[in-house]
Design a protein around this ligand. Structure first.
Ligand code: CUA
Length: 168
């Protein structure tokens, strides 16, 4: 059978493209220096949160001048701690993980919103200014009482924050 020269050329070009595609996919997965999106730093044992130094005691910590970090655990069907209490005029970084199934974490009326996946630590940062109370909702279906799963974020004055009790 006679194959036209142009046909051979297109055939060769098509095969080259396929090999290039396979090559680029392979390189994207295993190439040197290529890290997958699920970075191992953010991995956590969802069943071992009680032994985890960050999440065994969910809390708010001051990490710099006007910078606070909070460790939050989501579970069926609540958030811990609740309320999350932070002082006004500060930068807040939340680390949120789940001890059971996939949840959502959304501070109502803001763009602070993340998915919370067991085995992973979600991180969100935002600025707070005036004192106020915000609702926190779960926006991923997580079971029978999903619609009741909510928490609170309280932004309080500096003096109120400093005088808060151990249970705040
Ligand atoms: Cu947790 Cu829906």
């Amino acid at each position: 059978m006679h194959i036209h020269a142009y046909e051979k050329l297109w055939l060769a070009a098509a095969i080259a493209l396929i090999l290039l595609l396979i090559g680029s996919v392979t390189y994207g997965a295993v190439g040197p220096g290529v890290a997958m999106v699920t970075d191992s730093e953010n991995q956590i044992d969802a069943g071992g949160l009680d032994e985890d130094e960050r999440f065994s005691e969910p809390r708010v910590e001051q990490v710099g001048e006007n910078h606070y970090e909070a460790y939050v655990v989501a579970y069926q069907f609540a958030f811990d701690p609740s309320p999350i209490v932070v002082p006004e005029d500060s930068r807040v970084t939340l680390y949120v993980t789940s001890r059971d199934v996939v949840h959502g974490f959304e501070v109502v009326g803001t763009n602070a919103n993340t998915m919370v996946v067991p085995g992973e630590v979600a991180q969100i940062s935002f600025e707070v200014d005036e004192p106020g109370e915000y609702g926190v909702v779960c926006n991923e279906y997580c079971g029978a009482a999903h619609h009741t799963m909510e928490g609170k974020l309280h932004v309080v004055s500096q003096s109120e924050f400093e005088n808060r009790g151990e249970n705040a």
